[in-house]
Design a protein around this ligand. Structure first.
Ligand SMILES: [Fe+2]
Length: 335
């Protein structure tokens, strides 16, 4: 298949301004995370005006609206799973070296989108009167109740990008729970701006924004690129807003490939120990190694971990029930 035409141009669509303001897990008095010590960044500029326009053009295209819309409540809709099929620019953007480099620098760990279906999950809030109400200005009172209660995300990291003009916006911060029971607020990004957060490990709530005729945010979820790093991704909260056959295919496909890489890595480590052992004891001649190279306890722990990962892979595809809609704080864990 010929390569897709380049639609994303970093020189045109990015306007990244390096920001080093970062809240660490320690800053908010939480236990260290096995993935990164970054809890959240402050808002930083990511997109140029051209970048904002390119996303809005593609996300509001006929194909995306017709195929990828999941209504949530009156006046709100989510767009999901559009990339790459219906949104080639969006796909190129979120898989580009430039954007992944920025994310890595800020998150403190090399990340990749969890899978294609989680690229550019789009939240669209049009106020209480839907599309007809775009010209109105919803009052703060009308939008002051959080849509989603305190929760942790399904995936390790998230990058949220603002695609609406926030000039007149009231509120709209993200509030995070600190380890000492208090909370801290992170400002909302302005148009073209973004925030990166370790949403799986930090409990948080989105404070509704008021005084905005529309609010459109792009949410892309990430996991560590290195397959050896802990991956505690889950499908909670996303299954009722997804095309299940497609998301299950993508979920199982990435889990199997990740497991394959872990098994290969473990076999390579064993091989290296064996090579060292025969070099020390048997003139580097393999075939009759008398030195122990299999660490039985270590292997037991490693295998237990992989089996847990495999069981979790299946568990996340259990039949969808009311629990999937209602209990946003539920963190599926199996032993
Ligand atoms: Fe969240």
């Amino acid at each position: 298949m010929p390569a897709a035409a380049p639609l994303f141009n970093p020189k045109v669509h990015l306007a990244y301004q390096k920001r080093k303001a970062i809240l660490t897990m320690k800053d908010i008095k939480l236990d260290p995370s096995p993935i990164s010590q970054v809890a959240s960044t402050d808002p930083f500029q990511l997109l140029s005006n051209e970048g904002v326009k390119a996303f809005r053009r593609e996300l509001f295209s006929k194909n995306v609206l017709e195929n990828c819309s999941f209504p949530t409540r009156p006046g709100s809709v989510q767009l999901r799973g559009m990339a790459p099929r219906y949104a080639p620019f969006t796909y190129q953007f979120w898989t580009s070296l430039e954007v992944l480099g920025i994310i890595r620098d800020l998150a403190g760990v090399d990340l990749v989108p969890v899978f294609d279906h989680e690229i550019a999950h789009t939240n669209i809030q049009l106020g209480p009167h839907g599309l007809d109400g775009v010209k109105d200005t919803p009052s703060k009172k009308e939008t002051s109740k959080p849509v989603v209660p305190w929760h942790r995300d399904s995936y390790p990291f998230v990058c949220v990008v603002m695609l609406s003009d926030t000039t007149s916006m009231i509120d709209g911060e993200t509030e995070m729970a600190k380890g000492d029971g208090s909370t801290v607020k992170v400002r909302s990004p302005t148009m073209g701006g973004a925030v990166i957060m370790q949403g799986r490990h930090v409990s948080h709530i989105a404070i509704p924004a008021g005084n905005m005729p529309e609010r459109i945010t792009l949410v892309t979820s990430f996991r560590p690129r290195d397959p050896i790093i802990v991956d505690d991704s889950s499908l909670m909260n996303v299954r009722t807003k997804s095309l299940l056959p497609e998301i299950y295919y993508q979920w199982v496909s990435y889990r199997l490939r990740l497991l394959g890489e872990r098994f290969k890595d473990e076999a390579d480590k064993l091989n290296a120990r064996y090579t060292d052992a025969v070099a020390l004891t048997d003139e580097a001649k393999p075939g009759f190694c008398r030195k122990e190279t299999v660490d039985f306890d270590g292997l037991t722990n490693w295998m237990d971990e992989q089996m847990r990962y495999m069981r979790q892979t299946l568990f996340e595809m259990r039949p969808v029930t009311d629990e999937d809609n209602i209990n946003k704080n539920y963190i599926p864990r199996i032993d």
